[in-house]
Design a protein around this ligand. Structure first.
Ligand SMILES: [Mn+2]
Length: 239
């Protein structure tokens, strides 16, 4: 029981989907409470405008994280929607921020944890956008603006992204096979765990390598577990 590791991503919490928020709180309070570690690999929130923006709808999530943090080590890695989540929020919620990529040794497996968007290299527009918003200059400028203005910018960026996505093929928005191979080699690992693409699966490659894709929580909440002697398993939360 105490050596169990859990992984989730892409809950996309949003006040328009209170059911997902309730399911996450239940997961944190019950399922995750017996685990040793919980890794949240990005896009926990649909949008994050900065730690100074008090989102009342998410206060129960913060309380749950605080309760869980007394028993379970919680780690968070940013996604493409909540990359502005910072140290102030982490400290309050009792979670530890991780830089991407993060390497984890689980028994004989060397695992890399990433959000997953860096593997989608066929999406050139998105990669250019990512470089812009991940730069310190852009972030400092964005966070210096009043909340109302940040909200407007975020809404505009999201509608631009939705428009662009409607013109892209499914292949462009999935991982690039070459980027996957590079990820194995550069990090000298045998297992990649990531979210982002919303295509939960365990892919096997040559040389005993594998890529585990976490599911998105809308519409079906799910999580990945790892235990010594059992290995990895993708689990549906509603069963
Ligand atoms: Mn994502």
């Amino acid at each position: 029981m105490d050596d169990e590791y859990l992984f989730i991503s892409d809950c996309h919490l949003d006040d328009s989907r209170p059911q997902v928020t309730r399911e996450l709180i239940n997961f944190l309070d019950v399922r995750a409470a017996t685990a040793r570690c919980l890794y949240i690999l990005g896009d926990l929130f649909e949008v994050w405008l900065g730690d100074d923006n008090p989102v009342l709808e998410f206060r129960p999530v913060v309380s749950s994280l605080q309760r869980l943090a007394r028993k379970t080590d919680i780690f968070f890695m940013a996604g493409n929607r909540d990359f502005l989540l910072g140290q102030a929020f982490a400290q309050e919620a009792g979670i530890n921020l991780l830089e991407e990529p993060h390497i984890l040794q689980l028994d004989t497996s060397r695992v890399v944890l990433i959000h997953g968007d860096t593997l989608c290299t066929d999406d050139h527009d998105y990669q250019a956008f990512r470089s812009m918003v991940r730069s310190q200059k852009w972030q400092a400028d964005f966070l210096s603006r009043p909340l109302s203005e940040r909200q407007q910018i975020a809404t505009q960026l999201r509608s631009d992204s939705a428009n662009a996505m409607s013109r892209k093929t499914l292949e462009i928005m999935d991982v690039n096979p070459r980027a996957v191979q590079d990820c194995f080699l550069q990090n000298e690992i045998d297992t990649i765990v990531h979210g982002h693409t919303h295509r939960p699966a365990i892919h096997q490659y040559e040389a005993n390598r594998r890529r585990i894709v976490l599911g998105n929580w809308t519409p079906e909440p799910s999580y990945l577990s790892w235990k010594r002697d059992q290995g990895f398993g993708l689990n549906d939360l509603r069963i």
